[in-house]
Design a protein around this ligand. Structure first.
Ligand SMILES: [Mn+2]
Length: 311
């Protein structure tokens, strides 16, 4: 099945070298996501509800590191498992910016969604921004411009429509809460429905909620929140984690967004897992990490590090 992976990678390379095909793919995946949002029973506006019991491959920030993505797909025989519907992949966002193979990375990720729509979830990261919340640096539009000339600007426009359709929360019912940054901290004691809390009761979501979900980071020794040094979002404390887990009826938050030297870190007594799934500058973390979780295993969440793999 290495062949199926190689052919997907070859396809990604062909798409990259042809802006018309790239545009076609972006538009195709955008409308696939919009159809899912409107029609699929596992979608709740910007949220995805996933089966409680199953095997989950969870991949954190890639930022253009195609090699690490390929290595993970190969090592875990992911294409065969996708063909047999025996695994779900959840990407935690931040496919682009910073790395030297950004276009190929997001193209491969889009191809996975196109070929395995039911078993692939592409979450939104802060680097797939709404136009009101641009990250800095955001070099993806310039990478497109260098690659495709003036057509690159138009392509970026096409990509922004895709970004707006990416779901920003996934809930593995009874088990895991997945998002790029972290749970919202504001108004935390006045909401009693997770739909309102995560702005899954409306589309597009409320911008202040989306900002937190895409930008927040966990911090120890605070209860609720404190402004983030990033200039957007907040640092969230253990009481926010508790509340988010209670409201969504889950046990663990898995998120990306922060580099970690080991590729992962734990916060809030092991209830918040951060995954960082890329190598290279400007972070120079020694390892990249991802998770392969089987929620059919009894008390799988007790020893969370059991499920983390480093490369
Ligand atoms: Mn991020």
């Amino acid at each position: 099945m290495l062949n199926a992976l190689s052919s997907l990678i070859r396809q990604a390379e062909l798409v990259r070298t042809n802006p018309a095909r790239l545009r076609e793919l972006v538009e195709e995946v955008t409308s696939l996501l919009a159809d899912e949002r409107r029609e699929s029973s596992n979608r709740l506006n910007g949220g995805v509800l996933l089966p409680s019991k199953g095997r989950y491959l969870i991949i954190g920030d890639l930022h253009g590191d195609l090699d690490t993505l390929e290595e993970i797909l190969e090592k875990n025989d992911v294409i065969r498992r996708l063909d047999e519907k025996r695994i779900n992949i959840v990407f935690l966002g931040d496919y682009i910016d910073r790395g030297n193979r950004q276009i190929e990375t997001i193209t491969l990720v889009m191809l996975l969604k196109k070929h395995y729509p039911e078993n692939t979830v592409l979450l939104r990261g802060n680097h797939e921004p709404p136009k009101e919340l641009p990250p800095y640096p955001h070099d993806f539009p310039y990478v497109l411009k260098v690659q495709y000339g003036i057509e690159g600007w138009e392509l970026y426009n096409t990509f922004t429509k895709l970004f707006d359709e990416l779901p920003y929360v996934a809930i593995v019912e009874g088990e895991m809460l997945l998002m790029h940054g972290g749970p919202p901290t504001n108004n935390i004691n006045n909401v009693d429905s997770y739909k309102e809390y995560l702005s899954l009761d409306t589309f597009p979501p409320r911008l202040e909620v989306l900002e937190e979900i895409l930008w927040n980071d966990p911090a120890e020794h605070i209860e609720y929140n404190t402004p983030s040094p990033r200039g957007a979002g907040y640092l969230f404390g253990y009481k926010v984690t508790e509340k988010a887990l209670n409201l969504t009826n889950t046990k663990i938050i898995v998120r990306g967004h922060e580099p970690a030297n080991e590729g992962y870190k734990l916060n809030h007594n092991g209830r918040v897992v951060t995954l960082f799934t890329r190598h290279g500058p400007p972070y120079f973390n020694e390892k990249a990490a991802y998770m392969v979780v089987d929620t059919r295993v009894l008390n799988w969440h007790r020893d969370i590090e059991e499920w983390i793999r480093q490369i």
